[in-house]
Write a protein that binds this ligand. Structure first.
Ligand code: PTJ
Length: 247
């Protein structure tokens, strides 16, 4: 496995480090090879967004934190990309929001679930999803396979960096979905209750900060959620990408 040699003051340090994490995840069998393509797609959108959390994304992150605090059974979904990019950040959010982590993968062959489980175990966390025993109805991909103690019972599901149609099925099943996805045109953010168009590496730590704030102010969390407009956030994110493209 290649070492990461890059001075921290290199202008592309963060981006190169993220690439290295994905590369390492693939070498360890945690991240699927297609995760590399997914990552590249995200990089392109992030570039258009100026590689920073835009105001509309921060509004969505704040609303998402409010939703996590007010939820009865929130859960954080982890796949092969997020497990290597934001393991520590997911663990911290899980701790402050009292929301378990559950492994949910699209490419469900071989021992990837076990490898992801062990990757979290290194940090003394045992996510759900090692042996899924329930199904999300209406979904034909492996993402349907969930844990009856976790995702199956959850009322709010945080999904990051994800393909496909799971969000629609979760919503049809009565759950609320918070999606983190740099491409606002993807089906996941288009269908989600709250769509965070931002890099998962920036969004999760900020969400954890807001969760801590709202835990002390539940009424304010309720107000933030009442006033939140996801359609406006999606519209603004598209304008920002268009503006970034024409620069
Ligand atoms: O581990 P598995 O088997 O569950 O597979 C995971 C991947 C990511 C391979 C799978 O879900 C996939 O193919 O996803 P897609 O369809 O490429 O979608 C990924 C979405 O995440 C795209 O819309 C990207 O723009 C977006 N994205 C990529 N990197 C980031 C991101 N969004 C937020 N933060 C990122 N760092």
């Amino acid at each position: 496995m290649s070492e990461f040699h890059c001075p921290e003051n290199h202008p592309r340090y963060q981006s190169l480090r993220a690439r290295h994490l994905i590369e390492e995840g693939i070498a360890k069998g945690i991240t699927h090879l297609s995760g590399l393509a997914a990552h590249g797609r995200g990089e392109a959108f992030d570039y258009m967004l100026g590689e920073k959390t835009q105001a509309f994304a921060e509004r969505a992150i704040r609303a998402a934190a409010a939703m996590m605090v007010l939820a009865e059974r929130p859960i954080i979904s982890a796949n092969g990309n997020t497990s290597v990019l934001v393991r520590e950040e997911m663990i911290e959010l899980s701790r402050v929001a009292n929301a378990p982590i559950e492994i949910n993968i699209f490419n469900d062959a071989g021992n990837r679930r076990e490898l992801i489980f062990k990757h979290f175990q290194e940090k003394s966390v045992e996510p759900y999803g090692l042996n899924p025993d329930a199904l999300i109805s209406g979904l034909t991909s492996a993402r349907a396979r969930v844990d009856s103690r976790g995702m199956f019972l959850a009322d709010v599901v945080l999904v990051s960096l994800e393909d496909g149609d799971r969000t629609e099925c979760l919503i049809k099943g009565g759950k609320k979905v918070i999606a983190i996805d740099l491409n606002p045109l993807s089906r996941t953010p288009q269908m989600a209750t709250i769509s965070i168009v931002d890099n998962v590496q920036r969004a999760l730590p900020l969400m954890a900060e807001y969760v801590l704030e709202f835990k002390e102010q539940r009424e304010q969390a309720e107000q933030v959620l009442r006033e939140y407009d996801n359609a406006a956030v999606l519209k603004e994110s598209l304008s920002a990408i268009r503006a970034g493209f024409s620069k």
